[in-house]
Design a protein around this ligand. Structure first.
Ligand SMILES: [Fe+2]
Ligand SMILES: [Fe+2]
Length: 188
């Protein structure tokens, strides 16, 4: 399996954990309680900085090579680049919704739940589609040379949330994910 495909799979598994953390906060909010805004800000910060600036652009390069090698097969996958742009847009909308709730504006409370749900759904659908179609197709179609070229254009970068020590603004989210993992494993 090419290294880049492994990394993209790993990013998806990590993102699934982040989305689950967001969903737990959404449940708190929907019960009428106060969600942990440090966790919510961590979700926004991570999505704007890692998927938007690194994971998606890297997939865009993979898609570019796939289109060059097998345009007909690539065309069956839909418009990945447009979906990436849309995910970025939803994240920015969610950031605005969190900001508005913190300003205690009454109307935006409904918008917060709706936008959080949009973000969860959009990311999950997108990742399922990539796991089923895009990644397997790229793994079997791209050549060694393609992977090397992508590696040169997009050098490996540390995941700021899941690898090494997180920065302060991601700490609450990281703790939440680790605590959930520990509890979940303990129950197995
Ligand atoms: Fe993607
Ligand atoms: Fe992806």
């Amino acid at each position: 399996m090419p290294k880049i495909i492994d990394e993209l799979h790993r990013d998806h598994a990590n993102l699934a954990k982040l989305l689950a953390a967001l969903e737990r906060q959404l449940a708190v909010f929907e019960r009428g309680e106060r969600p942990d805004y440090d966790i919510l800000h961590g979700v926004i910060d991570y999505c704007l900085n890692y998927p938007d600036l690194y994971h998606h652009p890297k997939e865009d390069l993979v898609m570019e090579r796939l289109r060059a090698r097998d345009p007909a097969a690539a065309a069956t996958l839909g418009d990945l680049l447009a979906e990436h742009a849309r995910l970025g847009e939803i994240t920015r909308r969610f950031a605005a919704a969190v900001h508005n709730v913190l300003q205690e504006m009454e109307v935006p409370r409904a918008a917060f739940g709706e936008t959080a749900r949009d973000l969860l759904d959009a990311y999950r659908k997108h990742m399922v589609a990539e796991e089923r179609g895009f990644l397997p197709l790229a793994a079997k179609t791209l050549t060694e040379e393609d992977w090397r070229e992508i590696d040169v254009r997009m050098a490996p970068r540390r995941d700021p949330l899941f690898e090494g020590e997180p920065e302060d603004r991601l700490r609450a989210l990281r703790e939440d994910i680790l605590a959930w993992d520990r509890e979940h494993q303990a129950r197995q």
